[in-house]
Write a protein that binds this ligand. Structure first.
Ligand code: ASP
Ligand code: MG
Length: 412
């Protein structure tokens, strides 16, 4: 008779807690009890933590009080300390419950990134240390949001980047699931602050969630959703404060109900539009406008080029309001170089988007959207579409009304 293996590998569960879920010592203890319960239920648990409450914002404001333009490397070094506090506190809270735990900073967890401070990307993950600690029966608490770039410099992954740490670890460890604990109950059909009747979604597909995340629903870091899709890692978004099923982010194939429908309405306030007017229409013009913006890491969106007339065209696009000034300055230089007439900038705009995999090949969706807006006499300033999204740019002061109208029109 052959002996049973001494240890049967336990499934791995990654549980990520956002800042509001860790805002006070009491909340850390509460999150620790959740982790302990998962461990008791038979999982090997890796916990990923954000910084406590608004501590990242407070660190940023501290920096701004000693320097006008702090070096990116030093900012990363500073911001990473937020998670450097919450991780050991979580580990201590677990120990207090009788659960053996160890905390690891990004570099100790084997998270390698490129060297782009404040927006680093994970380029490699060597989870040997994590696996060893799990095998020794410990819960591993990893400081989110941070990694190690070249020359052992600390990098951060962009605001909200702890989500990305969690998903990358879940993929590398082949975890059974990745749970994202946050201060909302999951993903809604629209922002519940705008639409009180918004419904909690049971499931949403990766491409839809990606559009939601990039269209202003700040529940998940977009990069985290991209990684989850690449590895088909199901993400489970749920509340730290309420029991409840939350929302599962998964592949389209794993969604049975409501396949051909609009899934939700997203919006983003604080949008600016820039127009380069009177651009000589020749090959290479778009590249000469957008390359310098990309170099400055300014994301241009909703790009519209008008049909050219007498050899000139207008090029308009949107950026986040925060980037508006800088974009205008850069374009001023470009306009002179390429011989464009002028650059116009307009602030106070917003985006509303209808999102759903079912939009593909359904012309009725666009028609319904435009009619719902026109019924409320909301002017559409620009339109753009993707496979799973239709976006309209409108005046910011009408955004709440627009979201409500669309939520009704699509019977969400
Ligand atoms: N603490 C970082 C932030 O506030 C990262 C995160 O919470 O995910 O953006
Ligand atoms: Mg977050």
């Amino acid at each position: 008779m052959s002996a049973l293996p001494e240890t049967v590998a336990r499934p791995i569960l990654v549980q990520k807690f956002g800042g509001s879920s860790l805002g006070t010592p009491g909340r850390i203890k509460r999150a620790a009890r959740r982790v302990a319960a998962s461990q008791g239920a038979g999982y090997d648990v890796v916990v990923v933590v954000s910084a406590m409450g608004d501590s990242t914002d407070r660190l940023l404001s501290l920096a701004s009080r000693v320097a006008k333009d702090p070096a990116a490397r030093e900012l990363d070094q500073l911001l990473s300390t937020g998670e450097g506090v919450s991780a050991p506190l979580m580990s201590m809270a677990l120990n207090e419950l009788g659960v053996p735990a160890v905390s690891l900073l990004g570099f100790q967890a084997g998270i390698q990134t490129d060297r782009r401070h404040a927006r680093a990307r994970i380029v490699g993950l060597t989870p040997a240390r994590i696996e060893r600690e799990l095998a020794d029966g410990r819960v591993v608490v990893v400081a989110g949001f941070q990694g190690m770039g070249t020359e052992m410099d600390v990098t951060t992954l962009g605001r909200g980047g702890s989500d990305t740490t969690a998903v990358a670890l879940a993929a590398a460890l082949k975890a059974q699931a990745c749970e994202i604990f946050t201060d909302v109950r999951g993903i809604y059909t629209a922002d519940p602050r705008f639409v009180p009747s918004a419904r909690l979604l049971t499931r949403i597909a990766y491409p839809e969630m990606l559009e939601l995340a990039s269209s202003g629903a700040r529940v998940m870091h977009p990069r985290a959703v991209e990684i989850a899709e690449a590895y088909t890692m199901e993400l489970h978004v749920r509340s730290s404060f309420h029991a409840g099923p939350g929302t599962i982010i998964c592949s389209e194939e794993a969604i049975m109900e409501d396949r051909n429908r609009v899934r939700g309405i997203a919006h983003e306030e604080h949008v600016a539009r820039l127009s380069v007017v009177g651009v000589p229409d020749r090959p290479g013009i778009a590249a000469s406008i957008f390359a310098p913006l990309a170099d400055a890491d300014i994301a241009a969106d909703v790009i519209v080029q008008t049909a050219s007339h007498e050899g000139v065209t207008d090029m308009s696009f949107t950026v986040a309001s925060a980037d508006g000034r800088e974009a205008e300055r850069i374009l001023g230089g470009v306009a002179r170089e390429i011989g464009a007439r002028t650059v116009l900038a307009q602030n106070g705009l917003a985006k509303v988007s209808v999102i759903g995999s079912g939009i593909r090949g359904q012309p009725g969706v666009a028609a319904t959207m435009f009619k719902a807006l026109s019924d409320r006499r909301i002017n559409i300033e620009m339109i753009s579409t993707s496979e799973v999204r239709i976006t309209c740019i409108i005046q910011a002061e009408r955004v709440k009304e627009a979201v409500t109208a669309l939520h009704e029109a699509f019977k969400l």
